[in-house]
Design a protein around this ligand. Structure first.
Ligand code: ATR
Length: 265
């Protein structure tokens, strides 16, 4: 029996066990994937268990994606670029920290055929996942990225690594073609993000990394004004698929049965 887990805090709402166990069953792999709430003092122990193969692979989620870096032996190029790790695996007896959020975000947009070149993109937030989104957008050809974060210093810190980004104050709106929420605002039903819709032109695309609730106020408001919207479910699915691929050397199928299972949770 192989053992996998996702660690984070909070972790109750994670759908990772559901998705990985679905694929394990589909591929007749004898394995179990669980979620575990941990504190920072538990990280070393998780690493030890991956090293001695008690754990065959782990996902890392909020708020440990940066904190885990100091415990791993090696970062992949993606994880190093993003300074964010969401997947651990063992290779040549070394703990490798990898990032599948970047490819997850990229793949979540593959059917939309969006042209990011020379279009203003506004990213709300400067938390742990934002660097992965910036890298993915760059990979997709984006050139004009503006960040707005409540704590401006965190946006400034990001600009030290990604010199090409612009920064605006929290609460300011620009005429963007794509607006992406990477903050945790929206997890609670009453959360609201202040945007001046008079400044946003037609055809703007609104993306929220949050997938539960399915439509945050940010997405609901945009939708009611006739804009195209997307939530974070497909990014979640594709980042999981990439982790699964690394651990099992199998490219798992993303089918309707799976999407329905996750949506009906
Ligand atoms: P993580 O990096 O683990 O995802 P985080 O670093 O706390 O979590 O990032 C959460 C993001 O949501 C940040 O951009 C945070 O803004 P601050 O940097 O100012 O904290 C944003 N966020 C959370 N609650 C918010 C609120 N009530 N208003 C505005 N932004 C908020």
């Amino acid at each position: 029996m192989k053992n996998y887990l996702v660690i984070g805090n909070p972790i109750e709402h994670s759908l990772s066990p559901k998705i990985h166990n679905y694929w394990f069953t589909k591929h007749e792999i004898t394995a179990n994937y669980v979620k575990k709430k941990v504190t920072i003092s538990d990280l070393e122990n998780v690493i030890k268990k991956v090293k001695n193969k008690e754990i065959n692979g782990a996902n890392i989620t909020v708020p440990f994606k940066e904190k885990i870096i100091s415990y791993v032996d090696k970062l992949t190029e993606e994880a190093n670029q993003a300074q964010s790790v969401n997947t651990l695996y063992l290779s040549d007896n070394k703990i490798i920290g990898h990032n599948t959020d970047i490819i997850g975000f990229e793949l979540s947009l593959k059917e939309r055929q969006l042209d990011f070149k020379n279009n203003n993109i506004l990213i709300l937030g400067a938390g742990g996942v934002t660097s992965s989104i910036i890298i993915a957008l760059k990979n997709l050809g984006a050139s004009k990225i503006t960040i707005s974060n409540r704590t401006k210093e965190k946006a400034i810190k990001l600009k030290e690594r990604f010199k090409f980004i612009d920064i605006i104050d929290w609460g300011q709106t620009i005429n963007a073609k794509t607006i992406i929420n990477t903050t945790s605002l929206g997890l609670n039903k009453n959360d609201n993000i202040k945007l001046d819709f008079n400044l946003i032109g037609s055809g703007c695309f609104f993306y929220d990394l949050i997938y539960n609730p399915k439509e945050t106020n940010f997405l609901q408001t945009a939708k009611s004004q006739g804009y195209k919207i997307q939530n974070g479910l497909m990014m979640f699915v594709y980042q999981a698929a990439e982790s699964f691929k690394i651990w099992n050397d199998i490219d798992p199928k993303v089918d309707n049965e799976l999407i329905n299972l996750l949506q009906n949770d």
